[in-house]
Design a protein. Sequence first.
Length: 705
Amino acid sequence: MNKPIHILDSSIEFLKGVGPTKGDMLKKELGIFTFGDLLLHFPYRYVDKTQFHKIRSIGPDSDTVQLRGILRRLNSVGDGRKKRLVGTFRDDTGAIELIWFKGAYWLERSLVVGQEYIVYGRINSFKGKINIAHPEIEPAGVKNTSQASTFEPVYPSTEKLNGKNLDAKGQRKLTKVLLEKLQPEDIPENLPDYLLEKFRFPSRYEALKGIHFPKTQQELDQVRNRLKFEELFFLQLRLLQIRRRRKDAIKGFSFTMIGEHFNRFFNEKLKFELTGAQKRVLKEIRRDLGSGVQMNRLLQGDVGSGKTIVGLMSMLMAMDNGYQATLLAPTEILAQQHYQSITENVEGLGIEVGFLSGSVKGKKRKILLEALVEGKIHILIGTHAILEDPVQFKNLGLAITDEQHRFGVAQRARLWKKSKTFPPHILVMTATPIPRTLAMTLYGDLEVSVIDELPPGRKEVKTIHRTENHRLRVIGFMKEEIAKGRQVYVVFPLIEESETLDLKNLDQGYENLLRDFPMPDYQISIVHGRMKPADKDFEMQRFVKGETQIMVATTVIEVGVNVPNASVMIIENTERFGLSQLHQLRGRVGRGAEQSYCILMSSFKLSKEARERIQTMTSTNNGFEIAEADLKLRGPGNIEGTQQSGLINFKIADIAKDGRILQTAREVAARILDNDPKLEKPIHQRLQLWLSKNTKQYKIWSMIS
Ligand code: ADP
Ligand code: MG
């Protein structure tokens, strides 16, 4: 016997009005396979048919309008293929032309001149004349005004769908048919009653009906709120559950000792006072490391906020407890810079620091790997090369990755396997601040630490926007700064899609600079992604050592390089960079005691979005504010590191805008799990049921670091 299937699981072609052809189309174009999928295919906007416009108030910029008036004239114009039907429609304020190119024959016979109609459509303006092509038109008598007051849902459509009568109107019809079939018991509630009461939420049944056919704006707001909450709440519930389970299941090394390495470094080597934020974060890390549970912590801190020292001191805690530590950086240059500074920092403390990257080969590599597995190397610094299987530690206790978003999720998971007993503690450091809302979603199962304070004495980088006609003055300014002994970065955009053209631009820019800054008075380095690592490194080192005054580069310098004497950052074609990239680049200057400058060069004409990006850059130095602005401008899907997660493909919630709902959802979820960790209590039965039915939807994220 066949198991009776739930109505929402019925195949879409069995819905009245669909059938096999349209069914196929819905599957292919919209991923709608079942009645349930159609129910969850939400409108992306609504047409407000509660309002009528007056013809006099319509201008060329008007969008869609609804009019009530009398059809005054109706004529066929032209013949053959060019034949069209033209009407004149008048209300008490003016007249407007209506045009139909198709269906004229039928309309000419059904429309009656002199009768009152309701017309709905999009305003076209053509050579200063305004009309509506293919308006919806129906006799005003059919629906009286109060009945006509509805919000009509508009669904995403495609050319192919339109061709099969599955445009917004066609989809609307199907949704209506479906909703008429569904009884309240077909759409079970998934939130506990006490939450519905607390937030005055409509039931799930009402919400799903209301989201398709709301009667008032107020109803729409209410049902939307409920559905957004529901979506964010279940995700948070899942993420927090994963985090709890991991804490219960995965034990970690317990670093209980603060010993000689840490203390000697602190007393003898540390040249400055730690900032309050650094101290706080170190405490948080220390607590994690000593807890007996594996640490999974994300450390966010603006460029220059001093994350490295926090990372180093965490590694010293591992040493003090007899364990090894490793630090991974996304590029060779950055890894080497870490290697140099950490080697200097721990000099005389009896700590052996190793370096590993793709460029360490042959005998050197062999010796290094042996020393590592024997425990003779205490700290290993390097690139992705560390993740390769032959790289074995004696006892890896802590793994740190710098500039987190450059590492893929899978790569990070490999770090876990580098330790045979417990997984190493993990610290992920990032200088791309992620807005809180996004962090809660993407890293909902990680602990987050924030360094929100720069070391004292830093001068804020002055950011200035200049267009091409200021070029000479900019060159003059560069010369002044170089004369004071400073160094300058000049950065060009380079994206894969237009790489050839971009490299040409870079070459041209380099040529121009050679002309404006002639040798032997000036020396210029150039670095770009197409160069061999060794050449890149050579050029980079010349700049680091101060042998060259100008570094021309593509975005390869974006991450991490530290040249405190560089005080000017010129960014060419600023309009082509994203906000977070610009902020990263700016972070390369302002690292020394001198006043630093970031000059954003752009063409005179700018898109609205580019203008806003530039304005954001000139108005704030705060990475978190910039991240928020970026999220608003580009939407969450474009923020680096988010795409692969799949976690942000929300049906209805928008984490750029729904931060408050998210916050509430997270708090509610946390409280529920505190009281009922396994969701066993009868009042939480619905939650348990819903999660168990929908686990696939919430990708397991527990091994992300
Ligand atoms: P980021 O967070 O961008 O990785 P770094 O760790 O590279 O920043 O630190 C930037 C610079 O600030 C380094 O030269 C570092 O030595 C210095 N620094 C870090 N912490 C402090 C502090 N508390 N006081 C003064 N200088 C500091
Ligand atoms: Mg750094």
